[in-house]
Design a protein around this ligand. Sequence first.
Ligand code: SIN
Length: 355
Amino acid sequence: MQDQSQNPAISQNPSTTAQIAQSTSAKRATIVILATGGTIAGASDSALKTTGYKAGAIGVEALIGAVPEIKKLANITGEQIANIDSADMSDEIWLKLAKRVNALLIDSSVDGVVITHGTDTMEESAFFLHLVAKSDKPIVFVGAMRPATALSADGPKNLYNAIALAASPESKGKGVMVMMNDRIQSARYVSKLHTLNTQAFGSPASGDMGYVLDSKVVFYTMPTKPHTLESEFDVSALDSLPKVDILYSYANDGLAVAAQALFHHGTKALVIAGMGAGSIHKSHKTMLKKLMAQGLIVVQSSRINNGFISANEEDSGLGFIGSGDLNPQKARVLLLLALTQTNSPAQIAAIFNKY
Ligand code: SIN
């Protein structure tokens, strides 16, 4: 097992192992489930099918009805924000979700929010909320790897755990969390790491934040980078987001042509999923430099889902910004939010250092 005690990304919570919070605390929590679709709401005509089903087929009331035990943990209400395969996630839905979460959590009668979501883009939506939600109340994302109709579907237990997590007083102030397969992950670090297994999510840089065991919530780490109330990003007045794209590097790739085409179609910034520690083929750097002179912002990340990217001397001289330990899809979220504040590469680099 990896020793995370020296990892600057996470702080050790000294009291954690001793503190096992019972979700049945003095005051009964009120939790709102915001449903957006995904496999947790997926359905198929066969209990044996775990592929080829329709994601986002079942409504929020059916999700709640399938797990009557959650009503013992908290007062539950549900709202349907969308009912999509999360591959179809849009800026419009992100903004709708963020505004609804903020409106709910400002209400003193609501103690937390659980968001049911497809697993494919869950890490991106969770990180977006981690940076734009304006509350220290618990916000928990949950999904499933098997559709609701499947034999041994994982959604009901994941939903039960997510409600237990959102209802726990221990969950306050910890930023947005992802609850999958009994494990609690921080939205800052979590990534989908397997295409099919029920153990699909992990946090390569930081490890898990904790776990839920039979409605008991146990934390052993928490994110230290700014989030929620400490974050400067505010989408309350926005009805669109800047266009940021990701380009993937590989041997003999055509990155320069793709970068030019995207820039001329309105892309304001690019994240490059570079090779290894962020390397980009030397023949593409001239084109990127030319586009950057016209205003394009370039962030260097890596196609490897683990490690740290800091632009080397030559690349930072060209103006590339290192993504740190953010993978390309997470770097894209931070970059588009950074662009809502500034177009200055130096200020965007400072934002990447901070968040
Ligand atoms: C989706 O992301 O909506 C489909 C896949 C999943 O939820 O596991």
